[in-house]
Design a binder for this molecule. Structure first.
Ligand SMILES: Cc1cc2nc3c(=O)[nH]c(=O)nc-3n(C[C@H](O)[C@H](O)[C@H](O)COP(=O)(O)O)c2cc1C
Ligand SMILES: [Fe+2]
Ligand SMILES: [Fe+2]
Length: 396
């Protein structure tokens, strides 16, 4: 049994089995589905878990409550990684009253056919549990339309934030940030944010404005550690990321089959480094999953991409990456590009079209095109592109 503070318990579960979250995002270190139980005059569960983990979840709940019943279930987010266990929970606790907003209940009816025993709240409404009071904040599109956050005010102030401030990574014994080494968290939290929430920067900004000025002792999200020592840091990270603020680093991504295009990337990187860029990351798009690349695109302002021509088109994995970047509505970036071919060039133009039609980043330098293999002229053009990107990054 894990008590976070003042009769607020953790009853969540770890998933170390799933390879890809949402069928898309690699989980090398698993993920947790966090659920919380407030044991007050009125007993209130906050969010549930994915249905596959229901047995463990209900055991956790019983460990705290024994035979006592649950009065309320607050659903901050209807995505099935949290609501999947809902229909089963109703079988164990038929009288449980579900708390959500209008959009929550539209979804609950559609997903699970549940329509009865609900309590619809509006933004700013409160609910007294005895020694704790809940206050509800509607935070639409962080990252679904029905999302909301629930502030619990008792001896301490606890924000149940749904997916907001969440992180990939299962919980390995420790739960609260002050009791674990958090070194691994920051990159995985950024990868979670950039890939899953990152498209919705404006709604995140709106949510942060609603929460501004409220004292928060704990942030309990639905994935990853509970934030206590680092509340200020994670709120500041969310503020920066949702404003698409970046630092003067450079992400270089390439596709390659036989190493020629890769050599171009190496020369670009070396020139950018010599010109003073300290943060440079290089990724082979066929090797590194795009979720890691997108995380770094959210960190760094500079992006240089390059790929070979393949069957009269752009090398497929680069197409996938550019489409993912475009889908995430990334803003405020500088871009340069390069490519190669052996008989009829396509890659360089195709990347240019991606930028013109979908990315709309500020172009830096001239695109570099290589036929078959590196020549001294192509090498010099790569170096010029690296230098020009460095200049732009460092002057910004
Ligand atoms: C399966 C395959 C299809 C290709 N299709 C084209 C093509 O349509 N047009 C072209 O000019 N080059 C094509 N190429 C040649 C490559 O684009 C060119 O050799 C490129 O420089 C390879 O870069 P790399 O050494 O980084 O893999 C193709 C190569 C392969 C292996
Ligand atoms: Fe979600
Ligand atoms: Fe989630």
């Amino acid at each position: 049994m894990i008590e976070i503070t003042d009769k607020v318990y953790y009853v969540g579960v770890n998933d170390r089995n799933k390879a890809l979250f949402e069928g898309l995002w690699p989980l090398p270190n698993g993920v947790s589905y966090n659920s919380y139980l407030i044991d007050d005059d009125k007993v209130c569960l906050i969010d549930a878990v994915e249905v596959d983990f229901f047995v463990q979840f209900i055991e956790n709940v019983h460990e705290v409550l024994g035979d006592r019943k649950i009065d309320y279930l607050v659903i901050n987010h209807m995505e099935p990684d949290h609501s999947g266990g809902l229909a089963l929970l109703r079988k164990y606790y038929p009288d449980i009253q579900v708390i959500g907003n209008k959009k929550t209940f539209d979804m609950m009816s559609g997903f699970y056919g549940i329509r009865e025993n609900t309590l619809e709240i509006k933004n700013g409404d409160t609910l007294d549990l005895g020694h704790h009071t809940l206050r509800f904040f509607l935070t639409p599109m962080v990252h679904w339309p029905e999302t909301m956050m629930t502030l619990c005010e008792g001896q301490k102030s606890i924000l149940f934030s749904g997916d907001g401030f969440g992180s990939f990574g299962a919980l390995n014994g420790g739960l609260i940030d002050s009791e674990i080494n958090t070194d691994w968290c920051w990159d995985e939290m950024m990868r979670y944010y950039s890939n899953i929430v990152g498209k919705y920067g404006i709604p995140v900004q709106n949510a942060l404005k609603k929460l501004a000025g409220i004292h928060i002792d704990y942030i309990c999200s639905t994935h990853g550690p509970v934030w206590h020592q680092h509340v200020e840091k994670v709120v500041e990270m969310y503020d920066r990321m949702s404003k698409y603020e970046t630092s003067s680093g450079l992400v270089i991504c390439y596709g390659t089959m036989y190493g020629n295009t890769e050599r171009m990337a190496e020369h670009i990187a070396r020139a950018a480094s010599l010109a003073g860029v300290k943060d440079i990351v290089i990724y082979n798009v066929s090797k590194t999953h795009h979720s890691y690349i997108i995380r770094d695109v959210f960190k760094f302002r500079g992006l240089i991409v390059g790929a070979p021509t393949y069957n009269t088109g752009l090398y497929h994995e680069m197409d996938v990456l550019l489409s993912e970047i475009a889908n995430h509505d990334v803003k405020n970036h500088l871009i340069g590009w390069f490519g190669s071919y052996a008989w009829a060039s396509k890659a360089v133009n195709a990347i240019g079209e991606w930028n013109e039609k979908r990315l709309h980043f500020e172009q830096v330098g001239e695109p570099v095109e290589m036929k078959q293999a590196l020549t001294p002229e192509v090498k010099a053009e790569c170096e010029r592109l690296g230098r020009e990107m460095a200049l732009k990054l460092l002057q910004a």
